[in-house]
Design a protein around this ligand. Sequence first.
Ligand code: SAM
Length: 377
Amino acid sequence: MDVSLLDRLRAWRDAKMASPAFQRWAADFPLTRLVAARRARGLFDITAGFVYSQILFACVELDLFDKLAERPRTAVDLAPEMDMSTAAAERLLRAAVAIDLLERRGTGADGSTRFGLGKLGIAMPGNPGIAAMVRHHRMLYHDLDDPLALFRGGLEETELGRYWSYAGAADPAADGDERIAQYSTLMSASSGLVAEDTLDAYSLRNHRCLMDVGGGEGRFLMQAGARWPHLQLMLFDLPAVVARAEQNFIDAGMAERVRLVGGDIKADGLPTGADVISLVRVILDHNDDGAMAILRAVRQALPLGGTLLVTEPMSETPGAEPVGDAYFGLYLLAMGSGRTRPPREHQALLARAGFGDIRLVRTRRPLQTRVIVAKAA
Ligand SMILES: C[S@@+](CC[C@H](N)C(=O)[O-])C[C@H]1O[C@@H](n2cnc3c(N)ncnc32)[C@H](O)[C@@H]1O
């Protein structure tokens, strides 16, 4: 094997930095001390990350964020509601302070510490979708119990595979309400910010009819319809999911503006009539063959020059690198289908499926929502 000069330099650097003597020196030397401390903390946080997640899980299960949003409380006061001793409540509250979910807020009448929302916990009460995801992670946590078995494909069945019933189904359109209800509700609960950021990133002012494909119970479509009252709406999803959406449109007073179509995108193709189609958190669920089948169906349903929006978290997002390849990489592995892709891979798939003028548009929170716009060519 040809070992380049760069490889040899890197091997020398790696050996140097791996040595305990160098690490001791770097932790003491003023110019390297900060970097050394940051790296040690980074590695510790990865090592302990599963503990932090369980602290968050406990806080969510106990509705602590909502309780503390009302007013700061002490461990003595909270312990009976948490069904644990005061000492255990104090331990949990302190743990949550240490990871910025909560913060100390002076003392109560009895002199004990009062706790309120911390700089990370403050986002929880206004975003029930985050709490729903945290609860949902119980399944992923279970599936990750033996990560090597998961990577080696040695698990007969995973919890997430059962949950996302369409992931491994030969005929997903045959699934009834009992198979889709849970994931459909979770998606609905977590779609608000994704919809808002997508609609802020791309204006639908000059479009006539929007079809949301894999649109779940219609939350994205309803937000788009509320923002753009001239827009005709179409929803396509599995029949059992579409059936759940109907009442939402009636409640929102949008029943007249929407056409609901149930089917299997890959087997049935898509209805025509829309000049813009959105795929919100859909492509990442599918391996390349499935993604290509969906994109080709979308291309066929659009007129020449029609617009496609692909909205989802993507790999290699600057500042959010762990979200794509680490979090979703393992989540989708446990689910049994799909992967996140960097924008350039989306662009290549879109070009192969018959799209041109493909561009990534800026979004407010690229960590969870990136948007690619393409034209049917
Ligand atoms: C991850 S969810 C996203 C839902 C919604 N777009 C959102 O962001 O909340 C994927 C959606 O694709 C739908 N779906 C999956 N496979 C499908 C298929 N073969 N045909 C039609 N819809 C499908 C699911 O029922 C689900 O509603």
